[in-house]
Design a protein around this ligand. Structure first.
Ligand code: SAM
Length: 310
C-alpha cells in the first residue's frame, strides 16, 4: 500500500521554516519544495511526539530549540558527493593547478587547502590521494586539508573515512581503492596515514572565515547552488579574504562567479577554477599558452541602400 500523502502545510508554517533555513544556513526552499520539506521534516516532528509540522513550528515559535533547529538543517541539506566528482576538473587539478602551486611554494614547501562543504569527506580524501602521489618524489613537503561542513553527521562520517562498497564504486579507480583503503567487513576505510594531513570540523559558511586561517586553494563545490545571490556574494568575498594572494578557488561545474564577483579571474581553459591574479599571469603560472585572441573578421558592407544620414 502507498504511504498516505502528508497533511497540507499551513502557509505560515512553510514561511517560518523557509526563513529559519535561510537565516541559519543559507539554504533556499521554494514552494515547489514543500513536499520535500514535509517528507524530510515530518519524521523529526513525529519522533518528538508531534503530529505535524504546524505543531513543530508552533513549539519552535514558543521556545527556540537549537537541537531541533540543527536537526531541521541536517535533514534539509543534500550531502550527495563522491570521489573525484567531475573527472575532468580533478585531472586539471592534478596536472596543472597543484603542480603550479607546488612550484609557487618551493620556498615554504607547505600547502593548505580548504574543502569548504566537505560532506562525508570524499572530496578531501580525493585531494589527499592526489597529493600523496604528487609528493611521493618530493621529500620535505607538507600539505594540510581542512574539511568543513554544516552537518555534524557528515563531518563525523568524514572523520571515520569509512565507505560502503557502493560509495567506493562511485568515482574511485580500483587502483586507488587498493592502495589507500583497507576492507573492513562490507565497507572500506581510508588508511590512517591518509588521515594524518586532514582534519574535519563543523562549520557554517555563514560564519566568519577568518578563524580558519589562510589557504592556497579553496574547494567550494556544489553548495553555492543552494544559496541566493546575496549569500553567494558574501561567501565569495569571504573566501577571497582568506585566500593567498596567488591562490585558486575551485567551484562545482554548475557554479560560477559570473555576475557575483569581480574579485577572481575566470580561467577559460579551466572551467570551475578561478584565480586571484590576472589572466596572463595565471596562464604563465599554469604553464599554459594564453589562447590567441581570434582576429576580428572585417565586416563587409554589402549595400548601403536604404540607409540615409542625419
Ligand atoms: C551537495 S554536498 C557537496 C559535497 C562536495 N563538496 C561535492 O561537491 O561533492 C553540499 C554540502 O554542503 C553542506 N552545506 C549546506 N549548507 C551549508 C552551510 N551553510 N555551511 C556549510 N556547509 C553547508 C551540506 O551539508 C552538504 O554536505
Amino acid at each position: 500500500m502507498n504511504n498516505p500523502a502528508p497533511p497540507a502545510l499551513q502557509p505560515q508554517t512553510f514561511e517560518y521554516l523557509r526563513d529559519l533555513l535561510k537565516r541559519t544556513s543559507g539554504l533556499m526552499v521554494t514552494t515547489e519544495k514543500t513536499y520535500l520539506l514535509q517528507s524530510r521534516l515530518l519524521p523529526i516532528a513525529r519522533r518528538r511526539g508531534m503530529q505535524n509540522l504546524d505543531q513543530m513550528v508552533a513549539s519552535l515559535k514558543m521556545k527556540p530549540d537549537k537541537g531541533l533547529t540543527d536537526e531541521i538543517i541536517e535533514a534539509m541539506t543534500t550531502n550527495e558527493t563522491y570521489f573525484f566528482r567531475d573527472d575532468k576538473a580533478f585531472k586539471q587539478l592534478r596536472e596543472n593547478i597543484l603542480p603550479a602551486l607546488l612550484k609557487a611554494r618551493e620556498g615554504s614547501r607547505k600547502i593548505r587547502i580548504w574543502s569548504a562543504a566537505s560532506s562525508t569527506g570524499q572530496e578531501a580524501y580525493s585531494m589527499a590521494m592526489i597529493f600523496d602521489e604528487l609528493l611521493a618524489a618530493r621529500p620535505g613537503w607538507a600539505y594540510e586539508i581542512v574539511g568543513t561542513d554544516i552537518s555534524p553527521a557528515a563531518v563525523e562520517r568524514a572523520r571515520r573515512g569509512e565507505y560502503s562498497a557502493f560509495e567506493v564504486q562511485r568515482g574511485l579507480p580500483i587502483k586507488l581503492l587498493m592502495k589507500y583503503f583497507s576492507q573492513t567487513g562490507q565497507n572500506w576505510t581510508i588508511k590512517d596515514e591518509m588521515k594524518r594531513n586532514i582534519s574535519f570540523r563543523v562549520f557554517n559558511l555563514h560564519d566568519s572565515f577568518m578563524p580558519l586561517g589562510r589557504f592556497d586553494l579553496i574547494v567550494c563545490r556544489n553548495v553555492l547552488i543552494y544559496f541566493d545571490d546575496n549569500d553567494k556574494r558574501k561567501v565569495l568575498t569571504g573566501m577571497k579574504g582568506v585566500l593567498a594572494a596567488d591562490g585558486y578557488l575551485f567551484l562545482g561545474s554548475s557554479e560560477t562567479i559570473l555576475g557575483l564577483s569581480t574579485e577572481f579571474t575566470i580561467v577559460p581553459s579551466f572551467p570551475g577554477f578561478y584565480s586571484t591574479v590576472p589572466l596572463e599571469e595565471t596562464y604563465n603560472r599554469l604553464g599554459f599558452a594564453l589562447p590567441a585572441a581570434r582576429p576580428l573578421t572585417p565586416m563587409k558592407v554589402v549595400s548601403t541602400e536604404g540607409f540615409s544620414r542625419g
